[in-house]
Design a protein around this ligand. Structure first.
Ligand SMILES: Cc1cc2nc3c(=O)[nH]c(=O)nc-3n(C[C@H](O)[C@H](O)[C@H](O)COP(=O)(O)OP(=O)(O)OC[C@H]3O[C@@H](n4cnc5c(N)ncnc54)[C@H](O)[C@@H]3O)c2cc1C
Length: 463
């Protein structure tokens, strides 16, 4: 009899428990990816998904079956048409996925179809982690400590040896129209990334061999490229956190650097943990005091932020990196998010929405938790009165202005002394660098010092 393996955010053959179980216990498998439009993924994710599914299909010798529609309907149709007696998948942890999959599991059991789900997306499943009072952790450090006190995450498993796919008619990936047309903005993104399991493996190997030994300090400097850039691969499950965890633990690097990296992997776990216990995280302030926050939500400010035209070079460089590559360095994500919420007084939800559409690693848990963290309304948040100063952050983390120059070519001739705040340079210096403020590059959209005062005054009112 044939087993149906439902691929979701686990687009890989290695360390895929559902796939391996199916291959070990059934002669044939029917691997299916179901495009569920209710997940409402953003434009950059659609692009990634297209390429990742192409890679997975190749790895399965064209055996991957593509179907679009409500998963329950698709699964039952496949069962009816192809003599299937078992359905397996790896678990997802967003509220919609958990609810959907629980209903499908029930419906399958009622029809006496064998159904099993497996872990693989998270190292520590949220329902297993509780504090001493039996409640859930709201602060990262004790959560992380609790994770470390548990048995070490299991070793990853290899890809299955006996993988026989039944041939079933598939829809065409091109018909799903996941790729951008008119205009096609995918070039910069595809030049930067290699979606799929092989691309993920290369990123991990490169990071472990060449970067992890400098990760602790280096991770804060956007021009230095010292982070792993594994986030989109992890999001789509082209690599599992178990593979990353165990490879990093065995790296030939100082223990402190390895530990720092592992703790960042656990920030991803913590984000899912928060979403699990507070499913409204993408829409609702964790801290209800912020429900009264008088946001300005100025549309023209939001547009300037999205386009990288605020006049604050570090902010604009980040927003332009995002548009060009589908990615932004973590330090810069924090700076641009603080700027949107605490300098421009635009609600964090608009920022999260823009990230959702433009990031290749857009992830409901990490994006929502991180935006709330920066805005000051989240769990274990950066305190609201911590307003990132975009000039000081720029001077500290992009000392020579290399990151700014890369993404804002119109500032490339300006001396590092002035690049963090071009409006402070004398006219002649700007002229020499070919800059006319508000013509070739914008003057600052707001005065940071005044915006900061306003933010602190509002905070006094709502706290
Ligand atoms: C406003 C804002 C929005 C964000 N939105 C997302 C998002 O949609 N998707 C996403 O994956 N990350 C998001 N992050 C977290 C973080 O910026 C990215 O995970 C990181 O930049 C990815 O680069 P990397 O893989 O090189 O990270 P590395 O530094 O190499 O870290 C390794 C892995 O750990 C995880 N990680 C690292 N930092 C964090 C963090 N702060 N929170 C959660 N997980 C983390 C990621 O999975 C990452 O791939 C956001 C951060 C901010 C401030």
């Amino acid at each position: 009899m044939t087993a149906l393996v439902w691929f979701k955010k686990d687009l890989r053959l290695r360390d895929n428990l559902a796939l391996s179980y199916a291959c070990d216990n059934h002669k044939d498998i029917l691997p299916v990816y179901i495009y569920d439009e209710k997940l409402n993924i953003g434009g950059a994710q659609k692009l990634w998904l297209h390429h990742s599914l192409t890679q997975l299909s190749d790895a399965l010798n064209d055996g991957l079956v593509l179907k679009k529609g409500p998963p329950e309907k698709v699964i039952f149709q496949l069962i009816k048409d192809h003599n299937i007696n078992a359905v397996y998948w790896n678990r997802g942890y967003t509220p919609y996925e958990m609810d959907r999959d629980a209903k499908i599991k029930e419906a399958l059991k009622e029809k006496d179809i064998e159904v099993k789900s497996f872990d693989g997306y998270l190292l520590f499943e949220p329902h297993k982690i509780k504090n001493k009072q039996g409640s859930f952790f709201k602060v990262f450090t004790p959560f992380y400590k609790n994770c470390l006190d548990r048995p070490d995450p299991r070793d990853p498993i290899d890809k299955p040896k006996n993988l026989n796919c039944v041939k079933v008619k598939s829809e065409s990936l091109d018909d799903w129209a996941l790729l951008p047309t008119n205009p096609d903005w995918s070039k910069g993104i595809m030049g930067e990334w290699q979606p799929g399991e092989n691309g993920a493996k290369k990123r991990l190997t490169n990071f472990i061999n060449a970067r992890i030994h400098k990760y602790g300090k280096g991770r804060d400097f956007p021009a230095s490229d010292l982070t792993s850039m594994l986030s989109p691969h992890l999001h789509f499950g082209e690599i599992s956190p178990y593979q990353i965890w165990q490879t990093a633990r065995g790296a030939d690097a100082p223990q402190g650097e390895i530990n720092k990296f592992l703790s960042e992997i656990c920030w991803r776990e913590f984000s899912y943990y928060l979403l699990y216990y507070f499913p409204e995280l993408p829409e609702k302030n964790w801290n209800p005091k912020f429900d009264k926050f008088p946001w300005d939500n100025n549309k023209s400010f939001l547009k300037r932020w999205q386009k990288g035209m605020t006049g604050y070079p570090i902010v604009d460089a980040g927003m332009r990196q995002l548009w060009a590559t589908g990615y932004m360095h973590n330090r810069v994500r924090m700076i641009v998010a603080s700027f949107l919420t605490k300098d421009l007084f635009v609600h964090w939800k608009y920022g999260a929405e823009w990230f959702w559409d433009t990031l290749v690693d857009a992830d409901l848990a990490s994006n929502s938790a991180s935006w709330q963290w920066v805005a000051g309304c989240g769990a274990d948040a950066s305190p609201y009165f911590r307003v990132f100063n975009p000039i000081l952050q720029s001077k500290k983390f992009d000392i020579d202005g290399d990151y700014i120059k890369k993404w804002i070519p119109e500032l490339s001739k300006l001396d590092a002394k002035y690049i963090h705040a071009p409006w402070e340079a004398q006219k002649e210096i700007l002229e020499k660098a070919g800059i006319i403020l508000d013509k070739t590059y914008p003057a600052p959209v707001v005065d940071h010092a005044k915006a900061r005062e306003k933010a602190l005054a509002i905070y006094q009112q709502i706290k």
